[in-house]
Design a protein around this ligand. Structure first.
Ligand SMILES: CSCCC(=O)C(=O)COP(=O)(O)O
Ligand SMILES: [Zn+2]
Length: 217
């Protein structure tokens, strides 16, 4: 397999952006117990041929080491000889890039995203009504209603992929894995971060509103 040659600056920019996002999210406590993974795409994109930098599996994401990231291809295979293992969830990143052409994908586990994914599991989506931060997804209509999809979580990651393929919604840049976490993406790291933050705000809002109004509606 021959890989597309990626400019060194492009790769270094991706690694530097990953480092910054990782540090920021770590400072917010978003990587409990080594959970979470981050990736940024590099070079040219075709749905069946692309490369991205991704966090190595099982690392403590609250510290920086020389072994934090590696580059993989559209099938999640390392593009270079390395002893590092890509994130155990790399195939989910591959599928999201294939389906959306995104430039960056960030995944975190939080109590709010995990609780809310279980609470709304029966309807397979989280309903959100008129919350201002929906605009963070570039949805500008008054009192917009959105449904954030939730898919099954399996220990065998390839089994999660077909449901992601089926459930991704074009204007919603994220998907919840049941009792697991959120995957959020965007055209670049800035947008993926904005989307992730908007999702987390919305999950906490929906949770708290539900707690306050339960039994009164
Ligand atoms: C320790 S949490 C279980 C794995 C997981 O869901 C995760 O996000 C981190 O896995 P990785 O292989 O990317 O470190
Ligand atoms: Zn995870």
């Amino acid at each position: 397999m021959s890989f597309q040659k990626i400019a060194l600056e492009d790769k270094q920019r991706a690694l530097s952006e990953l480092r910054d996002v990782k540090e920021l999210f770590a400072s917010r406590g978003l990587f409990p117990g080594t959970s979470g993974n981050l990736s940024i795409r590099v070079g040219d994109y075709k749905p069946d041929e692309f490369q991205f930098a991704i966090t190595a599996s099982g690392k403590d994401k609250t510290v920086h080491t020389p072994e934090d990231y590696l580059f993989v291809d559209q099938d999640g295979k390392p593009c270079e000889t390395t002893r590092l293992k890509p994130s155990a969830e790399t195939l989910i990143h591959c599928e999201i890039y294939k389906l959306t052409g995104a430039g960056a994908i960030f995944h975190v586990h939080t109590v709010f995203n995990s609780v809310i994914s279980e609470y709304f599991w029966d309807r397979k989506s989280v309903p959100v009504d008129g919350v201002e931060l929906i605009k963070g997804f570039n949805i500008w209509e008054e009192e917009a209603h959105i449904d954030i999809p939730i898919v099954s979580n399996f220990a065998h990651i390839p089994s999660i992929v077909p449901e992601i393929t089926e459930r991704i919604v074009q204007n919603i840049p994220g998907i919840l894995l049941r009792k697991h976490g959120i995957y959020a993406w965007g055209a670049n790291a800035f947008e993926a971060k904005r989307h992730l933050e908007a999702f987390e705000f919305i999950f906490e809002y929906v949770y708290r509103l539900e707690m306050l109004t339960r039994g009164t509606r």
